[in-house]
Ligand binder design. Structure first.
Ligand code: SF4
Ligand code: SF4
Length: 73
């Protein structure tokens, strides 16, 4: 399961999440979404480096980012 899911259709392209990530994992896409905004994206490779800290999700004013954490039993 991916640790970070960015809902492209909710994203307004403000780029706040790109500055919030301490690892610099979130980038802006080179495509526009259906609303005409450039959405934030995270690559499969960068997902592997994500710590699920959720700073990006807390920063997003449009609640476009969902973080998943593994529950250790
Ligand atoms: S959860 Fe943390 S490490 Fe992962 S992309 Fe968001 S800010 Fe970066
Ligand atoms: S903070 Fe939210 S709305 Fe802004 S670019 Fe990131 S995902 Fe999109």
């Amino acid at each position: 399961m991916p640790k970070v899911v960015i809902d492209e259709l909710r994203c307004k392209g403000c780029a706040l999440c790109t500055t919030a990530c301490p690892r610099g994992l979130i980038k802006m896409s080179d495509k526009i979404n259906r609303q005409g905004f450039i959405p934030a994206v995270i690559s499969e490779e960068d997902l592997e480096k994500c710590t699920s800290c959720a700073l990006c999700a807390q920063m997003c004013p449009d609640v476009a980012i969902t973080i998943f954490r593994e529950i250790k039993k």
